[in-house]
Design a protein around this ligand. Structure first.
Ligand code: UD1
Length: 420
């Protein structure tokens, strides 16, 4: 397994470009199952999860043409297998996103039940219940969700008990081809849900209300092909900004969408960063100062994202003062805390809260990545350590961060990959 070796103590300085958003690209790739035409997707990030989704669609018979500029054309008219196997689903929970579109277009789908994962049990009961409300027959048997629909799905009034991002996306996609109107209440408002809605509209869907907690979809008989460019990755953007703030640096991130990061930028300002924004760029300057601790609580968009919690914990670990971080979206999302404590951080977990007493610097140590965003936080911890940190199991990071060591090297970090 590859490892990353980091020599800490360098202030990050310079400019980088942000890739397309993983969490937008995955549902958009799944949405191509809703039409028999070619759909061309550009600005795809170069990530392991994207390859997994291509592999999943490929094993179902979807034809793909991969271009040289991070674009792909997908055509599902050649589909001949309606099964998403456990071998692929277990490596990427977002595979569940093929359920709604396959059921809506082909009237059948078998998707392995995603198991537990490092950040909690993450059930998919709301995806299943909503599709049942739309008239689907759904059984869970031998670890598989087996769904069928006689004729078109039916529009329904769905109230989501919890705000779920992929749940909202699955139902929204299924509803595009349903008979009648579907109203999704307590819908996720995440920018990636909005990006998916824009792509579906370009395919001929009739959707409104995306970005609010009530999404209305009037089903149509057929969708068509389109060309769509995936939005920039707000989590990648935030991760580099936090890394720069933790190292007392000065960076500019380009090709991003500042409006999708308001909660994160506000916390970075509280931490002492000077932030400037343009239409598609953000600059951050710490004026060589140590960051100040901030307190935060994660919650669905537009509140502070759970996918940035671990990185902010790393920043707080070396900040002046003490802060309190509360995680309300996932259970068990503090695996990084124990690794950071091994690096000399003073973090104490109580229930879903971490109490942080900032120290001046961490001390490098061998650490283990446990999930995607935890890996990013351990890299930030390594960058603010006094000596060498070795991050093991970095396959997690390759699932969600494109060329992370190259981008950090561009910003002056001393980081290199040690291949297994
Ligand atoms: C998506 C993101 C992930 C992010 C998360 C929360 C993708 C591919 N992944 O994950 O990066 O961390 O949103 O912003 O977009 N829940 C249920 N029943 C369900 C569905 C969800 O109880 O049927 C619970 C989950 O266990 C969790 C909460 O709802 O506690 C939110 O999860 P959800 O928004 O569904 O996360 P994902 O869509 O899997």
């Amino acid at each position: 397994m590859d490892k990353l070796l980091i020599q800490g103590g360098t202030r990050l300085k310079g400019e980088i470009r942000i890739a397309g958003a993983k969490n937008s690209a995955l549902p958009i790739m799944a949405a191509t199952l809703l039409t028999d035409d070619y759909v061309k997707i550009s600005n795809l990030p170069h990530l392991y999860d994207i390859t997994t989704m291509l592999e999943l669609l490929g094993c179902m018979g979807v034809e793909s043409i991969i271009g040289d500029k991070l674009e792909v054309e997908l055509n599902s008219s050649t589909i001949n297998n309606f099964n998403a196997p456990y071998e692929l689903v277990k490596t990427m929970r977002a595979s569940i996103l093929v359920l709604g579109p396959m059921l809506a277009h082909f009237g059948q789908a078998e998707v392995a039940l995603p198991g537990g994962c490092a950040i909690g049990s993450r059930p998919v009961n709301l995806h299943i219940e909503s599709l049942k409300q739309m008239g689907a027959q759904v059984e869970v048997e031998n670890g598989y969700i087996k769904a069928t629909s006689k004729g078109r799905l039916k529009g329904a009034h769905i109230f989501m008990d919890l705000v779920t991002v992929t749940g909202t996306e699955n139902v929204m996609m299924a509803a595009t081809l349903a008979d009648g109107q579907t109203i999704i209440e307590n819908a996720a408002r995440e920018p990636e849900v909005v990006d998916l809605a824009c792509c579906l509209r370009a395919m001929g869907a009739d959707i409104s209300g995306e970005g609010t907690d009530t999404i209305v979809v009037n089903g149509v008989e057929k969708l068509h092909g389109c060309s769509y460019s995936v939005m920039p990755d707000r989590i990648e953007t935030g991760t580099y900004l936090i890394a720069a703030a933790a190292t007392r640096g000065r960076i500019k991130v380009k090709d991003t969408r500042p409006k999708t990061l308001e909660a994160v930028l506000s916390k970075l300002e509280q931490a002492g960063a000077q932030i400037e924004i343009g239409e598609d760029w953000i600059s951050l300057d710490m004026d060589d100062q140590r960051p100040k601790s901030v307190s935060l609580t994660t919650a669905p968009y537009p509140a502070f994202p759970t996918d940035m919690q671990a990185q902010f914990t790393a920043l707080n670990a070396v900040a002046k003062g003490s802060g309190v971080i509360t995680e309300t979206v996932f259970e068990n999302r503090f695996m990084h805390v124990h690794e950071m404590n091994r690096m000399g951080a003073q973090l104490k977990v109580e229930g879903n809260t971490v109490f942080v007493n900032g120290v001046k610097a961490l001390i490098g140590a061998p650490v283990m990545a446990t999930d995607l965003r935890a890996s990013a936080s351990l890299i930030i911890a390594g960058l603010v350590s006094e000596n060498e940190t070795m991050v093991d199991r970095i396959y997690h990071i390759d699932r969600g961060y494109e060329c992370i060591e190259e981008k950090l090297q561009l910003l002056g970090a001393k980081i290199r990959r040690l291949p297994s």
